[in-house]
Structures are given as structure tokens and as C-alpha cells.
Design a binder for this molecule. Structure first.
Ligand code: NAD
Length: 326
């Protein structure tokens, strides 16, 4: 099979995550320096189940991208001790099955929070000043000056007040604005420290000029932003979603954009990814998007790559790694 190459000698770490050698050099070197042999995905697409099943048979550890570690995969992994997830989400790993097989599953909570918070801030500023439209206009030879709005003095409503939302609040506080957040499990000390008022869901959106979504996608948060919630928003509210597509009912968002209650949307995530070019959201000028790239910064990959490698080194040195999830 030519989807992978082997590097080093010793216990085997399989790396299904794409672009690992390019983006996680420090963590990769830590593994090599500790005598691990790496079998790395050399393609730009995640391993299929068949590819993972072949590689996992000889693996002592895995640096996991989004390939699926279910019972069928774990049954083929007699030596596997740890799945170290290159990121936060663990929806591609069957945690109880891994626990039953004695496999530690670790992730890197907050490892890409700065990257996602900064993208959310980028969406906000892009929408307020219409940067993409002015850029396109200038390149097309038009000198279209759009009169934008300022962040200072505005109110931001955060849905969720976890790692990303708290960082966004910290970065936004320099803009001299009001921040409210809805999170039933909010860290109240952090809220007080950051000057954020914890309020109900409706209050978080009804006073806001900008609503930014930062909750996990769970059955109870599916379509958190729907027609009913949008009806509580002010006319022209900007909606940012860098969390998960399923949190926002896209059909309701399109209706909100058409009625003008939503004045613009900054979306890193979609209900179906990759997003289709004929998605009705693209017919609205005030929609700025990215291809689920919120976590993609040099620094985040470096930080997360190092943490995933350190967890593997720890397990084989007899230490308990940080952030065991199962
Ligand atoms: P986190 O776990 O630190 O924070 C999530 C917050 O949501 C917690 O404070 C929790 O109390 C709160 N919450 C849980 N259920 C809730 C509910 N029903 N209503 C309101 N709040 C609720 O996670 P984080 O690191 O801040 O990440 C947030 C989300 O961002 C992740 O779940 C993930 O989906 C998404 N994410 C996206 C990218 C990307 O590439 N765009 C990268 C990383 C994370």
C-alpha cells in the first residue's frame, strides 16, 4: 500500500492525521527522538476504514485524525495502547470500546482555542467592514467604498462560554464593548474576571449586535439557532458560527438573512461539509465563509502536535498522560 511511509525504528506509531510531517514537526521529532517508528499518512485525505485496519494491526500507538476508531478497527489492534487525537473532538473514537480494550484515548482540550477565537474575530471584522466585498470590488477595478460599522460600543452575545468563547471574550474586551454569554455550566469566576454577564439564551441574543456560537454539537444543542431564537434577535444581527454546522438551522438562517433580521453571517462550519456551491447561503452577499479551517494555524498544529506526541511518550514511560478521555 503506498498511502503511507515509515520513519524511524522501535515501537510503531501510526499517524492517520494528514499533513502531520509538514505541520507537527516538533511533536514528530519528539516521537522519533524517543525511539518510535512512524507510519504516516502521506495523502491529503483521511485513511479509509480499510487502510486504518491494515495499519492498526501493527500499531502500538496512534496519532488520530478523523479516521474512525470503532470496534471493527480496535479488534484488529492487539498491541495498541493509546489513541492520541490531534485535536479536541472525539466523535470518531468509540470511547467505551477503547476503554474495554485497555486503550487510553487522549485529546488536547483548548489546543486550538486561540486559532478558532481569532477566526471568529476575523469574521466579525470582515462582516462589519465588508472586507471580502471591497477586496473583490477593488480587484475587479471598482472603487466601491462601503460605509461599515465599529465594534466599539456594541454588544456581543456568546452562546457557550468554554475555552474558545472565553478567549474570544478576552480578545474582544480591548474593543470597549459589552459581552453577554449563555452557558448553563459557565465558569462564573472567569465571567467576572472578563467582565462578561452570564444570561439566559434569549437575553444573550436579544440585546446583541453580534451573536457567536461556541457550544458543542449535542442532541440538545442541535439547531440551537433556529427560527424561534432568530425571532428574538434585533434587526441586522450578525451571526458567527465557528463551532459545528448542526448548531444552526441553515434554512432558518437563510430566512433570517432574507428578512434582514440577520444582517450577515460568518460561517466556518456547515450542516453538510464540504458545503455545496449551490447552498442558498451563498446567494447572500453578507455571508463570509471558511472551509472548517478554524483550527488551522501554524501555532495550533505545533501545540497540538507536541501534546499528542508527549501523551504517547508518557504512556510508554509508565506515566499517566494528560487529558485521558475514557
Ligand atoms: P469547551 O468544551 O471548552 O466549551 C464548550 C462550552 O459549551 C462549555 O463551557 C459548556 O458548558 C458549554 N455548553 C455545553 N452544553 C451547552 C448548552 N446546552 N448550552 C450552552 N452551552 C453549553 O469547548 P471549546 O474548546 O470552547 O469548543 C467549542 C466548540 O467549538 C467545540 O465543541 C467544537 O464543536 C468547536 N470547534 C470548532 C473548531 C473549528 O475548526 N471550527 C475547532 C475546535 C472546536
Amino acid at each position: 500500500m503506498n498511502d503511507s511511509t515509515a520513519v524511524g525504528a522501535g515501537r510503531t506509531v501510526i499517524v492517520g492525521a494528514v499533513r502531520y510531517a509538514e505541520l507537527c514537526g516538533r511533536g514528530r521529532q519528539l516521537l522519533i527522538d524517543n525511539g518510535f517508528a512512524l507510519v504516516e499518512n502521506q495523502t491529503t485525505v483521511p485513511w479509509t476504514a480499510e487502510q486504518l485496519h491494515e495499519h492498526i494491526a501493527t500499531a502500538d500507538a496512534a496519532v488520530a485524525g478523523v479516521e474512525v476508531f470503532d470496534a471493527a478497527a480496535l479488534d484488529r489492534a492487539p498491541s495498541l495502547r493509546i489513541i492520541s487525537r490531534l485535536g479536541v473532538g472525539l466523535d470518531n473514537v468509540e470511547l467505551p470500546v477503547a476503554r474495554d480494550r485497555g486503550v487510553d484515548v487522549v485529546n488536547v482540550p483548548g489546543g486550538n482555542a486561540e486559532a478558532v477565537a481569532e477566526l471568529a474575530l476575523g469574521f466579525i471584522l470582515s462582516l462589519m467592514r465588508r472586507l471580502p466585498q471591497m477586496h473583490d470590488a477593488a480587484r475587479a477595478g471598482r472603487w466601491d467604498r462601503y460605509v461599515g460599522t465599529e465594534l466599539a460600543g456594541k454588544t456581543v452575545g456568546l452562546l457557550g462560554f468554554g475555552a474558545i468563547a472565553r478567549l474570544l471574550a478576552a480578545r474582544l474586551s480591548g474593543f470597549d464593548l459589552t459581552i453577554k454569554a449563555y452557558d448553563p455550566y459557565a465558569d462564573l469566576d472567569a465571567a467576572a474576571r472578563l467582565g462578561v454577564e452570564i444570561v439566559s439564551l434569549e437575553e444573550a441574543v436579544s440585546d446583541a449586535d453580534i451573536v457567536s456560537v461556541h457550544v458543542p454539537h449535542l442532541p440538545e444543542t442541535h439547531h440551537l439557532v433556529d427560527d424561534a431564537l432568530i425571532s428574538h434577535m434585533r434587526q441586522g444581527t450578525l451571526l458567527i458560527n465557528t463551532s459545528r454546522g448542526g448548531l444552526v438551522d441553515e434554512a432558518a438562517l437563510v430566512r433570517g438573512l432574507e428578512s434582514g433580521r440577520i444582517g450577515g453571517a460568518g460561517l466556518d462550519v456547515f450542516e453538510h461539509e464540504p458545503v455545496s456551491p449551490d447552498n442558498p447561503l451563498f446567494s447572500h452577499d453578507a455571508v463570509v465563509t471558511a472551509p472548517h479551517a478554524g483550527a488551522d494555524t501554524i501555532e495550533a498544529y505545533d501545540r497540538i502536535g507536541w501534546a499528542t506526541a508527549q501523551a504517547i511518550v508518557d504512556v510508554f514511560a509508565g506515566r499517566t498522560p494528560a487529558n485521558v478521555a475514557n
